[in-house]
Design a binder for this molecule. Structure first.
Ligand SMILES: *[C@@H]1O[C@H](CO)[C@@H](O)[C@H](O)[C@H]1NC(C)=O
Ligand SMILES: *[C@@H]1O[C@H](CO)[C@@H](O)[C@H](O)[C@H]1NC(C)=O
Ligand SMILES: CC(=O)N[C@H]1CO[C@H](CO)[C@@H](O)[C@@H]1O
Length: 411
């Protein structure tokens, strides 16, 4: 298990000491968050976790597209989170209790109570609405409340939040801060499946506390299992976290990627295009980078990698690593370069995922189905640790920019 107590302390310290310095320009709200890799059984199967999530995301999008909002009919949801998360300290109530929530762009319900029990205060209002969200192998169920939510230096009054009475597979965290599109809350109110629940970002915007419905996300690569190296900016972007130009791409119209932070992109390894322009998603809840099976097979053959039977990920030798080519992501006419070092799992964490220190493991993996599914790639944290990202609901677009980590040799 990762050290929850020390992580919590770090987050709280960072929040209290950095409350104003991290605020880049008023009225932006920045919320530092911590990377924490956790494991229940000694090692984690990252690949399996990410593939289960990708399948659940695709099924969920297809269910919404087909109007199947009833949870009994649709395989609703989203993921198991226990493997690897980025966690933000979020206050709920007045006086606020602090909860450690997983930051997730692939789901939109915000809820607490998995670990630290929900503390009712004067601002808590029980709506009596039962809520249930299944996430791949985990889930939570409970009651929807409205309460005051504190994100860094700002508060949202009457924010709708789920309060879990039961939850599975959320050991070590208190719940989820869902910053995906609002549509993804459809079906979660058991008695009113076609009612959407306003998200934290939406409420900040309707309450006039942020100028636009935008969330900027900064991840940084790390070679340790926990570090305080993420930052969420509500309402705008933190220009200190990237260099070069921030380029935007419109949200894709291709379903089911269109139900998430979906974009069109093509992927080229060296000089070979392995995935022609197609739709997929950018997702903070996925650790690796997943691509359609046909593209993955080409990637494996071009890199000479073999599938490691112990952990399922591709592995290469040191000399193959030295020959590794760049992986180019072409998005709306702009090319984002994932260097060889950006394509590998941090070698100091090889044993953490059940690997051996004598190999090099690739973070590019198989999504589990051929291209043409409408959700053919997931640019997870392996990608987002190398590029600053902006999730812009107001203008229906995703922004990306290079950072000082894009070309860094870290892993
Ligand atoms: C909560 O309400 C009680 C009773 O009305 C009041 O005495 C108390 O000061 C309130 N606490 C806060 C933090 O507002
Ligand atoms: C994305 O790709 C699809 C399929 O090729 C295309 O219809 C669409 O216009 C493209 N752009 C956007 C923004 O969806
Ligand atoms: C000011 C404002 O728009 N607040 C809204 C926040 O969201 C809740 C529901 O979650 C609404 O009831 C509030 O009106």
């Amino acid at each position: 298990m990762f050290p929850v107590a020390s992580l919590l302390t770090t987050v709280l310290l960072a929040l209290s000491t950095a409350a104003s310095p991290v605020e880049i320009r008023s009225p932006l709200i920045t919320l530092p968050f911590a990377r924490s890799l956790s494991t229940r059984d000694g090692t984690v199967n990252l690949l399996q976790h990410d593939q289960v999530r990708a399948t659940a995301l695709r099924d969920r999008g297809n269910a919404i597209a087909a109007g199947r909002l009833d949870r009994r009919q649709s395989n609703m949801p989203i993921t198991t989170f226990e493997a690897a998360g980025y966690i933000a300290a979020v206050g709920v109530g007045s006086p606020a209790t602090t909860y450690n929530l997983i930051v997730d762009t692939g789901s939109s319900n915000t809820w607490v109570g998995a670990g630290t029990p929900y503390k009712v205060t004067n601002t808590s209002v029980d709506t009596g609405e039962p809520v249930y969200v299944p996430y791949g192998s985990g889930s939570f169920s409970g009651t929807e409340y409205t309460d005051t939510v504190t994100l860094g230096s700002l508060t949202i009054t009457k924010q709708s939040i789920g309060v879990a009475s039961t939850s599975t597979d959320f050991s070590g965290v208190d719940g989820v801060l869902g910053i995906g599109p609002e549509d993804l809350t459809l079906g979660s109110l058991t008695n009113e499946p076609s009612t959407e629940i306003p998200t934290v970002t939406q409420n900040l915007s309707t309450e006039g506390k942020i100028p636009a419905e935008i969330v900027g996300v900064s991840f940084e690569p790390s070679t340790t299992t926990s570090s305080m190296n993420g930052e969420l900016t509500f309402g705008g972007i933190d220009t200190s976290k990237y260099n070069g130009v921030l380029n935007y791409t419109p949200l894709t119209t291709t379903s089911p990627a269109s139900y998430y932070w979906g974009i069109n992109e093509s992927i080229t390894y060296g000089w070979t295009t392995i995935l022609s322009t197609t739709a997929g998603i950018v997702d903070t809840g996925t650790t690796l980078i997943l691509i359609a099976t046909d593209a993955f097979n080409q990637y494996q053959s071009l890199t000479g990698a073999v599938s490691d039977s112990a952990i399922g990920m591709l592995r290469i030798t040191t000399s193959q690593y030295n020959a590794l080519q760049n992986l180019y992501f072409s998005i709306n006419g702009v090319t984002y370069t994932l260097t060889p070092n950006g394509q590998i799992w941090p070698r100091s964490l090889n044993t953490y995922i059940g690997g051996s220190s004598s190999y090099v493991y690739l973070i590019v993996n198989d999504i589990g189905s051929n291209s043409g599914s409408g959700l053919d790639f997931v640019n997870g944290k392996g990608f987002l640790e190398r590029f600053y990202s902006v999730f812009d609901t107001t203008n229906s677009r995703v922004g990306l920019a290079t950072t000082s980590y894009t070309y860094a040799i870290i892993n």
